[in-house]
Design a protein around this ligand. Structure first.
Ligand SMILES: Cc1cc2nc3c(=O)[nH]c(=O)nc-3n(C[C@H](O)[C@H](O)[C@H](O)COP(=O)(O)OP(=O)(O)OC[C@H]3O[C@@H](n4cnc5c(N)ncnc54)[C@H](O)[C@@H]3O)c2cc1C
Length: 171
């Protein structure tokens, strides 16, 4: 793409997204173009003495479903619920760090599993332009037929697999 020049790239962008109008002109040089790598993975261990990682640092989320921010915030709420009261009392937090990973890992596994399945079954075939020949997977067809079922993915996306509620540190 770079060999063909920024002009050709601008024209491609404008063709692919006509709604941008003259917005593509904002791309003046390759310095304005960034490659955003999408990954879906997780650390084998989210903590060590004095360190806890949560959110994408512990488990990088793909854009699918628009849930990564929810999951990161839920990690933060779980961490606060587990650590705030002991921290206020001056108790050593290191032995508690594993509890946060243990609480959050199942939820992260479920959501990442769904993201991977959606990538494999829907997004990748679409990107490979097999969409015309593609029959939507059974769960999607069921959601289409039975509107009441649509509450399930909505709740999963909105509240997560494991909802986290902020507790008072006094508790
Ligand atoms: C293309 C794409 C689209 C996405 N779309 C959505 C979406 O629509 N909805 C959704 O919910 N999720 C979406 N996600 C996932 C979502 O972006 C992440 O799951 C979420 O941002 C994770 O939040 P976080 O706070 O853990 O990490 P981040 O949002 O990555 O925040 C980490 C912050 O730390 C800063 N930082 C890094 N190193 C340092 C340092 N040394 N010192 C100080 N600061 C530092 C970074 O600049 C960054 O601001 C998308 C992901 C991708 C890749």
């Amino acid at each position: 793409m770079q060999e063909e020049g920024i002009e050709a790239f601008r024209a491609d962008v404008a063709r692919a997204a006509p709604t941008l109008g003259e917005g593509a002109d904002a791309l003046r040089s390759w310095d304005d173009v960034k490659l955003l790598t999408v990954t879906l993975d997780r650390l084998e261990r989210w903590h060590r003495p004095g360190l806890l990682v949560i959110g994408d640092a512990a488990h990088a989320m793909s854009p699918i479903g628009g849930v990564g921010i929810n999951v990161a915030i839920q990690d933060a709420v779980a961490a606060a619920n587990i650590l705030a009261a002991p921290m206020a009392r001056g108790i050593d937090q290191d032995p508690l760090l594993a509890k946060i990973e243990k609480r959050r890992l199942p939820a992260v596994r479920v959501i990442q599993g769904l993201q991977a399945a959606a990538q494999r079954r829907i997004i990748s075939p679409l990107l490979q332009r097999k969409a015309g020949a593609m029959k939507p997977p059974l769960p999607l067809r069921l959601l289409d037929r039975l509107p009441v079922l649509r509450r399930l993915p909505a709740a999963l996306i909105g509240f997560g697999y494991r909802a986290e509620r902020v507790r008072s540190p006094k508790a």
